[in-house]
Unconditional design. Structure first.
Length: 271
């Protein structure tokens, strides 16, 4: 992407506890392993989960004398959407991918980031509590009744993007709903959610893919800042951890991100 602005990947969900920051960090590290220059921008100066994860990663590398593929990461402390735009312009001039981790709430900065996304990723747990963020369903037949405020916001953002797309300034916004923690959902309820998501995706135009399952390993990795891709530094991994790594590979593939075309770029993880 030399001479061009970075591809902007925004992780956005107004609900907490969906694995949003964990997913964002793992995608960022995966792209770094693939040879891309990646920068993360954490829009939550209070929680700053992504930034804390990267701080822990740097401390682990210093303590162990390691050099691991690692994205740059900043916390945005500005207050206006104008200053956010300036920050994004500055950061993306020196990277292939700019990954923005939105706060788990609705505010003007979060809305502005959504409008600027090239790839918008909305992680959700497989439950109708989380589905309510996108749309409301009939309690009797579980058919979608209407869009949520969040879905309407994204619809409007994509309409605004249409001009930039038509002029070739930015790509069409690709909205992807990522189903995290599906293993903990009862089969019948999972099928209902899948039908509702399929119906909603046709109405609003998002894609649906599976994300990261509920696994203790993700919570255990946070203090060290390591990820499932740092397999040479995690000790012996069980079968479930190997399955989790494959889930991440599948997610990266499903995101269908642009090829940054680095000659000799390595695989997603070290041999």
């Amino acid at each position: 992407m030399t001479g061009k602005s970075a591809h902007r990947i925004v992780f956005a969900n107004e609900k907490g506890g969906t694995g949003k920051s964990t997913t964002a960090v793992h995608v960022a590290v995966a792209l770094s392993y693939m040879g891309a220059h990646v920068t993360m921008l954490d829009l939550d100066p209070r929680q700053r989960t992504s930034h804390r994860y990267m701080e822990n990663r740097f401390h682990t590398m210093q303590r162990r004398g390691l050099e691991l593929p690692t994205p740059a990461c900043e916390v945005f402390k500005g207050r206006s959407t104008e200053s956010l735009g300036i920050k994004i312009d500055k950061l993306e001039s020196d990277c292939d991918f700019l990954i923005i981790d939105n706060p788990g709430r609705d505010d003007p900065l979060a809305r502005a980031a959504v409008e600027l996304a090239d790839t918008l990723v909305t992680p959700m747990n497989d439950s109708f509590v989380d589905f309510d963020l996108i749309g409301q369903v009939d309690p009797e037949n579980f058919k979608v009744k209407k869009l949520s405020f969040f879905a309407e916001l994204i619809w409007e953002a994509r309409v605004k993007r249409s001009h930039a797309t038509a002029t070739g300034e930015r790509p069409e916004m690709d909205w992807i709903v990522v189903r995290n923690r599906t293993g903990y959902t009862e089969a019948r309820n999972m099928a209902r959610i899948e039908r509702a998501l399929t119906e909603m995706s046709k109405r609003v135009g998002f894609r649906v893919t599976h994300g990261l399952s509920e696994r203790v390993i993700y919570r255990e990795l946070f203090p060290s800042g390591l990820t499932l891709l740092d397999k040479g530094h995690l000790g012996d991994l069980g079968t479930s951890h190997l399955v989790a790594r494959q889930e991440l590979r599948n997610l990266i593939k499903a995101l269908n991100l642009p090829d940054f075309s680095k000659a000799g770029a390595p695989a997603m993880e070290p041999a």
